[in-house]
Design a protein around this ligand. Sequence first.
Ligand SMILES: [Zn+2]
Ligand SMILES: [Zn+2]
Length: 240
Amino acid sequence: MMKIFMFLIVAALANVAGGAMYVLRRQWEQESLRFLIGTGAGFMLAVALAEILPEATERTHDVALWILGGFLFVHIFEHILTPHFHYGHERHEGLSPRVGLAATGGLLMHSVTDGVAIVASWDVDAALGLLVLAAVVWHKIPAGFTAASVVGATGGGRSTSLTASAIVGVGTLIGGVVYMLLPAERWLGPALGVSVGSLLYVSATDLLPEINRRRSAWAPLGIILGVGIFYLTHLFMHQH
Ligand SMILES: [Zn+2]
Ligand SMILES: [Zn+2]
């Protein structure tokens, strides 16, 4: 029980770490952000399809509907209720503070599904729990960076930007605690399905377009590298 709260806090802090990257404005941020986004997308995609999906399928007959639900949930909060949102460094000018608020709110709701994914996968077993935690932490760094950078682009100062990434992190705790309050025997399958949908959405529609739209020879290879890292982790975890 203590462990799962620590996981949720680690995941929330990954958002803050991403926000800190933006606030510190290091020279290397663009390259490392792109590397994180590409490999994170591959790793998440592999964890969702190869690890969580089979577990979800075993536990609910409505797995497809829950995946669709998770997918649409993130889409609605990140892109329908938000006037302007995309991952990565926000460089568009003339954005109003309302845009920063909406993007932070959208990412907060997305974070709720990350909290659900962490607790539900830990309910399956420790190996899945750790894989999902890694997948979540991996994309939460660019997510925190995104939140801080949108707020920064709308005129927010450093502390406001960092606060935005922390608010996004709080969503993880909310999602985890809400899921824990539900009876696991009824909700584990649906929660795993929602996790697959949300991880699929974030990797395929938030992260991948960010690396594909840049004219770099190696950036699109990040996804292959991320899947490769997943595969090696998978071999290592299942060897005993
Ligand atoms: Zn923009
Ligand atoms: Zn997420």
